[in-house]
Design a protein around this ligand. Structure first.
Ligand code: NAI
Length: 299
């Protein structure tokens, strides 16, 4: 099976470098018309320049593809709206949004300042709302869409010094999960990746491992998830260095106190191993699945 993107219009945020650039180039090679968004700033979100987005666009065009550059920040409602508008102006529609733009302001929690919390939440979490909402409206109308959000192990699993980043990144899981539910009827699929790749954000953190985790190794899964061939939705994947794994939020069978029974705090302590035991878990596809598990226990 060959995966093509002919006729599809894709927005990739933060596509002036790193992971986003690999997605934009390959989308262009495979026939998508691409909006290459990038503010062109520093890793901490300061500054800005047109050149990174322009370079990606030039490379797509050199390879025979179609692309336009957009330099708006994802971190404002106006910027988000302008990014979808760029797709509509240049190509008449939007089929794919890859929310990838990102910055880092790592600080231990005790030292975290409001400005570093705000900047990171604005780019990663608010930015994903601002960019995706106008595109989602177009997708709903046309009955087709593929959304991809970029989370991180720092949020899904936790990492020292990244409360701001981790909270924003886990927020994206919630956003994607709800969009998977809201978009289902309109053939809109929404998924999440938690990548590991060498980039200017991670080069210093990864040490000797950096050379083993080329961003190109993340690209194939990202592109599959935004392709028409992908019917999956509501999923999370860990991806890096050539390893591709599903991550999921499961619910254990747990312990049922009994219908109409008021357990004590001590009852919880006595059953905590049973509550936590992983055997026989389920993976709810939405909040109703979770309620159904409760109803089943209640008989
Ligand atoms: P990168 O720094 O090379 O790419 C991020 C791009 O986003 C940059 O080109 C930057 O100019 C752009 N950007 C930043 N703020 C923007 C804004 N407000 N509006 C538009 N563009 C903006 O770094 P990398 O590693 O490629 O990061 C891509 C995504 O992957 C980020 O969301 C990052 O948090 C995430 N990620 C990366 C990991 C890794 O191992 N490289 C690990 C986990 C997550």
């Amino acid at each position: 099976m060959t995966i093509e993107f002919d006729g599809r219009v894709a927005i990739v945020t933060g596509a002036g470098g790193g992971l986003g650039k690999t997605y934009a180039l390959e989308l262009g090679r495979r026939g998508a018309r691409v909006v290459v968004n990038d503010l062109g700033g520093n890793p901490d979100g300061t500054g800005g320049a047109a050149s990174p987005a322009d370079v990606t666009v030039a490379e797509i065009k050199e390879a025979g593809g179609e692309a336009v550059a957009n330099y708006d920040s994802v971190a404002t409602p106006e910027g988000g709206a302008a990014i979808t508008q760029a797709a509509l102006d240049a190509f008449g529609t939007v089929d794919i949004v890859i929310n990838n733009a990102g910055i880092l302001r790592d600080k231990s929690f005790a030292n975290l300042e409001l400005k570093d919390l705000q900047a990171v939440i604005d780019v990663h979490l608010m930015g994903a709302f601002y960019v995706t909402q106008p595109a989602f409206r177009v997708m709903k109308e046309k009955g087709y869409g593929r959304l991809l959000f970029t989370s991180s192990a720092a949020g899904v699993f936790g990492n020292f010094g990244q409360t701001n980043y981790g909270a924003a990144k886990m927020g994206l899981v919630g956003l994607s999960n709800v969009l998977a539910v809201e978009g289902a009827k309109a053939n809109i699929r929404s998924n999440v990746i938690a990548p590991i790749a060498k980039s200017r954000l991670t080069e210093d953190l990864l040490g000797p491992m950096a050379d083993l985790v080329d961003p190109e190794l993340v690209m194939p899964l990202a592109l599959y998830l935004v392709s028409e061939a992908c019917e999956l939705t509501h999923e999370i994947f860990s991806v890096g260095g050539g390893k591709y794994s599903r991550v999921f939020i499961g619910e254990t069978p747990g312990w049922f106190a009994g219908k109409g029974t008021q357990p004590t705090v001590e009852d919880i302590a006595a059953h905590i191993d049973e509550i936590r035991a992983e055997d026989g878990y389920t993976v709810p596809g939405n909040a109703n699945d979770d309620i159904r598990l409760l109803l089943a226990a209640l008989g």
